[in-house]
Design a protein around this ligand. Structure first.
Ligand code: SR1
Ligand code: MG
Length: 416
């Protein structure tokens, strides 16, 4: 039966797991164990032995952030494991942590301890500018999203995978409610930590156009099983050094629109941008702002270029079948179809980004970019700008011509 690990019980319980002891040292009584989970859902242990270290991540049967009153299936660990396997196969070794062992009954994954990596969100708050993230994340998204779709996979294999991940419904339900619905009414779980925002929050909750767009985006998320998305690709789900970028925590993996991962990621970069005024002590904030806008721009262009490359070289699925175009030369219609698809991803990405920004300020799950700003007036000013920007993206996304326009708007809002 499932039993949650503790710092005390872990060595005795996992001492016999060869995949762990062979890596970190066979004498489990000498292991040093720390629980370091600071996310909303799970236990995370760093286990150090004489010969190395590993991470043990274990799901709990409830939402850690809220407590036992909110049960959550242990099976999310199964989906995380299967998502990591697929992401590594699609994006390449070294893009996610290596997996050493999976125990479905105990809902635990033993995986690579990434060091000296830090969580990207923390790095950005501290004023660091990891140089490779845009390229690494643009490639990661293009490869996982393209190769998990009907553009690449065989139709039956993809349909079977859609069926497998369909059982991750409770995690999807969290996204469907916390991201797309709760922020736009007085939901019980909502909290905004800044009373100075009350008037703006009331205005947003009375904003008919915004509500309609939020529901339209929710409909897309729920009804468009386009590809296997990470499902929670924010800057807290990425670990970095200056040389290396790893995507972690895909327990929300599900078949959903490609634009969802891209939108969530860029939203978190835009939130980091609007939070800069609250972290002046950590360095040159103007330089950090330009860096972030550059990262947003480059992530999208790398995504676009790699997606286009895969489209031209790896279209092995049933969609946009080469035979349709090849009799007149592949560029005849395939390039036109590619342009349309990238345009749709771009527009939907902006919408998902706007909604993600709102939910991190108005909903249950906040982020440290804003929460770490102690001065409530300053925090409110940062959050209000982000909310205004998010609203514009969600409502006017079809009229935004490119990332330059979106970034220029962010700059205008930031400067007031
Ligand atoms: C109750 S879970 C809240 C949030 O934490 C996760 O990281 C996801 O972002 C989810 O929406
Ligand atoms: Mg997570």
């Amino acid at each position: 039966a499932f039993e949650a690990l503790t710092v005390e019980t872990l060595p005795a319980r996992l001492g016999g797991v060869a995949a762990l002891s062979s890596r970190i040292g066979a004498d489990a009584s000498a292991w040093k164990v720390r629980e370091v989970g600071d996310g909303n859902l799970n236990l995370v242990f760093i286990v150090e032995g004489g010969e190395g270290a590993a991470i043990v991540k274990q799901a709990l049967p409830y939402v850690r952030l809220v407590g036992e009153s909110w049960p959550l299936p242990l099976k999310r660990s199964f989906f995380e494991y299967h998502a990591l396997v697929r992401q590594e196969a699609r994006a390449g070794e070294g893009t996610v942590p290596a997996i050493y062992h999976f125990d479905e009954a105990q809902a635990l994954i033993v995986m690579e301890y990434l060091t000296p990596h830090v969580i990207l969100r923390r790095a950005l708050i501290d004023g660091r500018m990891p140089p490779k993230i845009a390229r690494d994340l643009g490639l990661f998204m293009a490869r996982t999203l393209f190769r998990g779709s009907d553009l690449s996979m065989k139709a039956r294999a993809r349909k079977e995978d859609v069926a497998l991940f369909a059982d991750n419904a409770e995690l999807c339900d969290i996204t469907e409610n916390l991201v797309f619905t709760d922020p736009y009414y007085e939901a019980e779980l909502n909290r905004h930590t800044t009373p100075q925002l009350d008037a703006l929050v009331a205005e947003l909750r009375a904003d008919r156009d915004l509500k309609v767009e939020a529901q339209k985006l929710k409909h897309m998320f729920a009804a468009n099983a386009e590809t296997l998305v990470h499902g929670d690709l924010h800057s807290g789900s990425i670990m970095v050094t200056d040389e290396d970028t790893r995507v972690i925590d895909p327990e929300f993996a599900f078949y959903a629109p490609m634009a969802f991962d891209v939108g969530m990621l860029l939203a978190n970069f835009w939130m980091a941008y609007f939070a800069q005024a609250g972290h002046e002590a950590a360095g040159d904030r103007e330089a950090q702002r330009s860096y972030l806008l550059g990262v947003i721009d480059e992530t999208w262009s790398v995504f676009r270029a790699e997606f286009s490359h895969l489209w031209r070289t790896e279209r092995t699925g049933m969609l946009y079948d080469r035979r349709l175009f090849e009799d007149r030369g592949d560029a005849f219609g395939a390039e036109q179809a590619l342009d349309r698809m990238l345009h749709d991803i771009f527009v939907d990405m902006l919408g998902f980004a706007g909604i993600e920004i709102h939910r991190r300020i108005l909903g249950l799950a906040h982020n440290a970019d804003f929460e770490a700003i102690e001065d409530a007036d300053l925090r409110a000013r940062c959050e209000a700008k982000a909310l205004k920007f998010g609203r514009h993206l969600a409502v006017n996304r079809e009229r935004i011509q490119g990332l330059d326009e979106a970034n220029a708007l962010a700059v205008r809002i930031e400067k007031g």
